[in-house]
Design a protein around this ligand. Structure first.
Ligand code: NAP
Ligand code: BLA
Length: 332
């Protein structure tokens, strides 16, 4: 347990794995909350780790193996490359720590299932962050969904042109994982709104980079049929093959259509068009962090259950299976 006492209160000791965007937002959120104390971080490149430590006034730890066995760390926040999520989460739970993980929980469905069972057996918090559910777009959809009747078709496209493409982990087959598992929020937004998926058919294409293991562009196109009959297209593309970006979420109902382009939304019914406000994407990691501390210290419930994340991962792995086999996959 954390020995540090302030005002007679023990603060929850936190360790972070990763030093990138998500790790920074986490570090700030934990430091801003008096109930937690950021203790240490472990990173990848020595330079970025040193900068991170300097910014947040904490010490580096050489490896995640050492970080998860640090006696003052009670909660481990995993914000590193996807390939390592499962192994770190499992080991941290085995070491008796609470675990929060920036999605995905793991790149393998079975492994994710085992980790969730382990958290239950250890009686520790396992929280898979899904900030998209807290975000303005999802909230706006939730508020207006009833106005378009029964939704029968959804189309969600995120295309991000990038050139030149950096040699980053997000363009690496193993470090990023199958893109619909890595960008799990694309599926999760839909399963959160519409429930279970009956079948999925998926196409994928990658443009390899000269460096082994990397690509410079990818395109994933998945078609889902939900148990309620709804058909959805999920399109995910990025890299230097694309010249125009797209961030469109369309929901077609029998009484109207909701269209979101980037941060701009509208409800369309024939000639009628009503603009919909979408709140910004800022501040979501803070919200998520506060809810985690409330959950651990006051016993309140979180906004997302890891079982829901696991289900989205099941759908994503069926998409992967379909892309490999070129078959439509029925989900049990
Ligand atoms: P990021 O800014 O690129 O940070 C990636 C982290 O991983 C850095 O600490 C980086 O260290 C490290 N890293 C890079 N290559 C590595 C390697 N080969 N081996 C070990 N570590 C390596 O990425 P991010 O956006 O924070 O994403 C981190 C995780 O959060 C991902 O799982 C992502 O899916 C999840 N997530 C992010 C967001 C978001 O808003 N960004 C939202 C939801 C979930 P160096 O820089 O020193 O290489
Ligand atoms: C999700 N953002 C993600 C993920 C990665 C990044 C790797 C997880 C995988 C995915 O769902 O695609 C990385 N996002 C980036 C990078 C930029 C970016 C490198 O916007 C560069 C600008 N994330 C940010 C920034 C914001 C942000 C600056 O890095 C906005 C203030 C928000 N990223 C954000 C949100 C998600 C996400 C809300 C959840 C996914 C979703 O909304 O569907």
């Amino acid at each position: 347990m954390n020995e540090e006492k302030q005002g007679g209160q023990t603060k929850l000791g936190v360790g972070i794995v990763g030093t990138g965007y998500a790790a920074k937002r986490r570090a700030e959120a934990f430091q801003a909350d008096e109930r937690s104390q950021l203790i240490a971080v472990t990173g990848n490149s020595p330079e970025n780790t040193a900068t991170f430590c300097q910014t947040y006034g904490i010490v580096p730890i050489n490896s995640w193996q050492q970080l998860i066995s640090h006696r003052d760390i009670e909660l481990v926040a995993i914000a590193t490359i996807n390939r390592d999520h499962g192994a770190i989460a499992r080991a941290a739970l085995q070491a008796g720590k609470h675990v929060i993980i920036e999605y995905p929980l793991a790149l393998n469905y079975r492994e994710a299932e085992e980790i969730l069972a382990l958290a239950q057996a250890q009686n520790k918090l396992l929280h898979v962050e899904h900030i998209e559910l807290l975000g303005g777009l999802h909230q706006a959809i939730g508020q207006h969904l009833s106005e378009i009747g029964t939704v029968f078709y959804a189309r969600y496209a995120t295309i991000a042109p990038q050139r030149p493409v950096p040699r980053r982990w997000t363009y690496h087959y193993e470090m990023f994982g199958f893109p619909l598992m890595a960008a799990l929020s694309r599926i999760h937004r839909l399963t959160d709104l519409f429930g279970d998926v009956a079948s999925i058919s998926c196409q994928s294409r990658f443009w390899d980079a000269p460096e082994s293991g990397y690509y410079t562009a990818c395109l994933i196109d998945a078609q889902l049929r939900f148990r309620n009959g709804l058909i959805a297209d999920i399109i995910y593309g990025k890299g230097d093959i694309f010249w125009k970006g797209d961030r469109t979420f369309e929901l077609h109902g029998d009484k109207g259509t909701l269209i979101f382009e980037g941060e701009k939304g509208k409800l369309v019914r024939g000639d009628e068009e009503i603009a919909i406000e979408v709140a910004s994407r800022k501040g979501l990691f803070v919200k998520d962090t506060q809810m985690i501390l409330d959950c651990l210290l006051k016993g309140t419930s979180l906004y997302v259950d890891p079982i829901a994340s696991l289900y989205a991962l099941k759908v994503a792995s069926a998409a992967y299976e379909s892309a490999k086999t070129k078959m439509t996959i029925e989900l049990k």
